[in-house]
Design a protein around this ligand. Structure first.
Ligand code: KMT
Ligand code: NI
Length: 175
């Protein structure tokens, strides 16, 4: 993947040459979790109910990325696309629209994860990542959290953060 992005370029699909599709096992191997959820009937979706309970996700709100609904739209998008990590998991359930989460693999190379309606993704605390809209320029996502939400991004380099060290330890365990 090219690493210098214009506003348009970063909204494109990216493939290695030759193409190398990413499997759910590849994601699991770096601690990223994924489920498919029926967002048209969320409260009846047993997977969603189970995950929320098991993982203690007791907070949720809706994040709609559109110039009319997201205050400070342009700056927020810029920040989402700067490589960063969090002290906590980043949990998103896509209700509508689409976009890309880029995460670093074990070799520090980017993996581009396309998210669509019904995709539920958990990025572990301490993983370097970024987010961009795609060419459709719209996404609506449910943000979940355990406890009082903290969305603070720590821009790379953030290697001295405890969450980073804990993530590196996690990688050793799941290898
Ligand atoms: C984030 O933290 O990158 C976001 O909330 C992106 C929008 S949710 C798909
Ligand atoms: Ni983030």
């Amino acid at each position: 993947m090219k690493d210098i992005f214009s506003k348009e370029d970063r909204r494109l699909e990216y493939h290695l040459d030759p193409d190398q599709p990413v499997s759910l096992d590849d994601l699991e191997n770096i601690g990223v979790k994924y489920w498919k959820i029926d967002v048209d009937d969320l409260e009846k979706d047993v997977t969603f109910t189970r995950i929320r309970k098991e993982r203690c996700y007791n907070y949720q709100d809706m994040c709609e990325i559109h110039p009319d609904t997201l205050p400070d739209y342009e700056n927020k998008l810029k920040t989402f696309f700067k490589e960063h990590l969090h002290d906590d998991e980043e949990i998103r359930l896509i209700m509508a629209g689409s976009g890309y989460f880029d995460v670093r693999d074990r070799d520090d190379k980017w993996i581009r994860i396309e998210v669509l309606k019904g995709d539920m993704l958990v990025l572990p605390a301490g993983i370097y990542h970024r987010f961009t809209l795609d060419k459709n320029d719209y996404i609506k996502a449910l943000r979940l959290f355990k406890g009082v939400p903290v969305w603070t991004p720590h821009m790379r380099p953030a290697d001295s953060k405890p969450a980073r060290q804990e993530y590196l330890d996690l990688l050793k365990v799941i290898d």
